[in-house]
Write a protein that binds this ligand. Structure first.
Ligand SMILES: Cc1ncc(COP(=O)(O)O)c(C=O)c1O
Length: 425
């Protein structure tokens, strides 16, 4: 670890906390972050030459594994034609058409550069379309770091124990209402009080930033019904679930149609890409057609589009990828559950398809409050052990494990052995 440590010691002098995103810091497990030199397939190698089986997958984008040859070729070819034009390109049209074809709820889409931007723009569009200001979000759901969304957010906000961010004026969050995930009554109560002022509900259709919290039976459908009743829009934040649970994301997987959807991660195959889209009449609110302003110098960047298009085409042309990935997830997380039971570990495991999370609590975890009952010190011990045995996990209790199509059964079996050895003590 000497090279990672010395890079980290240097980095903290020039980068806040030594990292460009707080979730990359290993502070919650008391270690220096691993500085990664290269990655291939299901593995990453750090600057000290340590090789890790990667269960973070760049926090989701690398669903086909690292360095997929077709994606790499598509990117390198695009680079030869120029890195950015700040003008319209054919690839953007191809991308928009492909997304509209894959995701039935989307008739028009705008490309942006991150999930944060996608959410910020979708929320603005919902407000512009409805002429209302209030947004309902759920405690423990993370929707990026725009001001209005930093209320009881998940992911790094949850790990750092900072409930809200400094630097966010109260005025920016006064229209953000918080509800309890999987608790329709808490949403209903907000609508009963101020339904006619609510522009939208935004939800992660699978909570994946407070660990993994699946939606309970009828929860998403209930949100759809409330939005219909009060003339509000339903926004699915599919930055993690999009093109992961199924080609058409969580909305296809659970059969609930949102009005607007946000994407990130997989849509860019590792390049900085996000997108938001929905029904035409809503999306035509966006500039230059409509009055909702949103723009981006590098949005729809040709190299980023080349990466995303290549990945989405592979996923579309190979539906077996989802069948295999979800079956592998069901098997792998069930095996972990068996280990937890056999060793009497005080843990709970949640999963949906290839997303999963071991919570260090014996309580069922179905929302923010129950996720918070986890013993984060115990998680830190587990995470350190796994990292020490070549298994790269997100260094926080409140993040997901990601499987990719590059993970093989023998590799998962090897991981199970290591998990077993940890819990057997
Ligand atoms: C559900 C969800 N929405 C939005 C975001 C923000 O995306 P980005 O980090 O690309 O800004 C994330 C990031 O993890 C996310 O998980």
């Amino acid at each position: 670890m000497t090279k990672s440590e010395s890079l980290f010691n240097e980095a903290v002098n020039f980068i806040p906390g030594g990292v460009n995103s707080p979730v990359r810091a290993f502070g919650s497990i008391g270690e220096a972050p691993r500085f990664i030199e290269r990655a291939d397939g299901a593995y990453m190698t750090d600057v000290d030459g340590n090789k890790y089986l990667d269960y973070v997958c760049s926090w989701g984008p690398m669903i086909l594994g690292h360095n997929h040859p077709e994606i790499l070729k598509s990117v390198l070819d695009a680079c030869k034609d120029g890195l950015s034009f700040g003008a319209a390109t054919r690839k953007e049209v191809e991308m928009a058409e492909l997304i509209c074809e894959i995701v039935p709820s989307i008739e028009m889409v705008r490309m942006v550069n991150s999930g944060t931007e996608a959410v910020m723009s979708a929320v603005r569009t919902a407000r512009g379309y409805t002429g209302r200001n209030k947004i309902v979000k759920f405690m423990g759901c993370y929707h990026g770091h725009s001001d209005a969304m930093l209320v009881k957010a998940g992911s790094g906000v949850m790990t750092s124990g900072v409930p809200d961010s400094a630097g966010v004026p109260a005025g920016c969050t006064e229209d953000t209402l918080s509800a309890i995930y999987n608790d329709l009554e808490s949403v209903n109560a907000l609508f009963q009080e101020m339904g006619k002022d609510i522009a939208a509900i935004i939800v992660e259709p699978v909570g994946a930033n407070m660990g993994v919290v699946p939606p309970s039976e009828g929860f998403l459908k209930g949100l759809r019904e409330l939005c219909d009743k009060y003339g509000s829009l339903l926004i699915f934040d599919e930055v993690i679930t999009g093109f992961r649970l199924a080609l058409d994301g969580a909305q296809g997987f659970f059969g609930v149609k949102p009005d607007l959807t946000t994407f990130g991660k997989i849509i860019g195959a590792g390049m900085p890409v996000g997108a938001y889209g929905g029904r035409k009449e809503i999306m035509e609110m966006v500039s230059p057609v409509g009055a909702v302003y949103q723009a981006g110098t590098l949005s729809g960047n040709p190299v980023a589009m080349a990466a995303g298009l290549a990945q989405l085409h592979i996923l579309k042309d190979h539906p077996e990828i989802y069948t295999n990935l979800n079956a592998m997830g069901d098997w792998f997380y069930a095996e972990i559950d068996n280990i937890l039971k056999e060793t009497n570990a005080n843990c709970t495991i949640n999963h949906v398809g290839s997303l999963g999370c071991v919570f260090f609590t014996e309580n069922p975890v179905d929302n923010y409050a129950s996720a918070k009952t986890s013993d984060t010190a115990e998680f830190a011990r587990y995470c350190k052990y796994m990292m020490g045995h070549g298994i790269y996990l997100a260094p926080s209790q409140f993040e997901a494990m990601f499987l990719s199509a590059a993970h093989t059964k023998p590799e998962l079996e090897q991981t199970l052995e290591i998990i077993k050895a940890y819990f057997a003590g």
